[in-house]
Every structure is written in C-alpha cells, then in structure tokens.
Write a protein that binds this ligand. Structure first.
Ligand code: DQA
Length: 142
C-alpha cells in the first residue's frame, strides 16, 4: 500500500469558478473523485487543500516525518513564489509529482518562474484534470 498525499494550494478550492480556458469546469471535489476512481487498490489517497503557504509546508513536513510515501502537489500560485515549499519538498525522499491544470510554462512570464520543479521527481501539466490522472497513472505503475 502506497500512502499518497495530494496537496492543492491557493484558489484551487475555487475550481469551477476560475477561468475555464485555463482550468476547465470541474470542481476540486470532482477531480478528487476522478483520482479515486483511477487509483488502483495499492494507492491510498489523502486530500489536502490550503490557501496558506505555512500550512502547506507543515503538511509536507508530515510526509517528511514518515506519514506518506508519495506526494502529488499542485502548489497553485505558490509554484512561482515559494522558497518555503521548495525547501520542504527538498527534504522528502519519495516520489514528488508536480501537477498543473493549465499549460503553465506557456503562459505569462511570471508563471515561468518555478520554485518546485527542480525538487520534484515528475511534472504533469496542461491537460486540465487529466494532469492529475496522469499523476495517478504514474503512481499506479511504480
Ligand atoms: C496552476 C497554475 C498557476 O500559475 C496558478 O497560479 C494556479 C493554478 C495550474 O494548475 O495550472 O492557481 O497551478
């Protein structure tokens, strides 16, 4: 059994109300349910969403201290600003999968700055909810 922590950062609790051309029309609960449906019996998913940087850091520290085997994280806007989330992820030794709904590397210049990519083991982006499902498929197959 692989214990997987799924973290969503700021404004991702508002999916469904955000610009559909970047983020699609599903709510976060709907995406989480798709992930559960896609996960094989070997994955146990634990979902966490916060709009607060420090709370996300504290949650990642739980994983560092042994509560989880793998992390799937969409840090939202903190992707582009957070040294603290970078430093927390750096300590975690399991699979760390960065996920984005939008084509984050092809948007505004400020979104090209990315503080988490170099400490993650894998990235899936630009496929809306499919990016999260790609992360599940990846973990299903390791
Ligand atoms: C996002 C991309 C970020 O630039 C943005 O701030 C988000 C969502 C995505 O999933 O595409 O909130 O991480």
């Amino acid at each position: 059994m692989l214990n997987v922590l799924v973290i969503n950062g700021p404004n991702l609790n508002m999916l469904g109300k955000r610009p559909k051309e970047h983020y699609g029309s599903l709510t976060l609960d709907e995406i989480n349910n798709l992930m559960i449906a896609r996960a094989n019996n070997n994955l146990k998913l634990d979902f966490y969403q916060s709009n607060y940087e420090g709370d996300i850091v504290t949650k990642i520290q739980e994983a560092v201290l042994g509560k989880y085997d793998s992390i799937i994280i969409n840090p939202g806007a903190y992707t582009h600003t957070s040294v603290a989330i970078h430093d927390a992820l750096e300590m975690f030794n399991g699979e760390k999968i960065e996920v984005h709904l939008s084509k984050v590397d092809e948007r505004e210049g400020f979104r090209k700055i990315n503080f988490v990519r170099d400490v993650c083991t894998k990235t899936f982006s630009g496929k809306l909810e499919g990016s999260y499902l790609d992360a599940i498929d990846y973990l299903n197959n390791i």
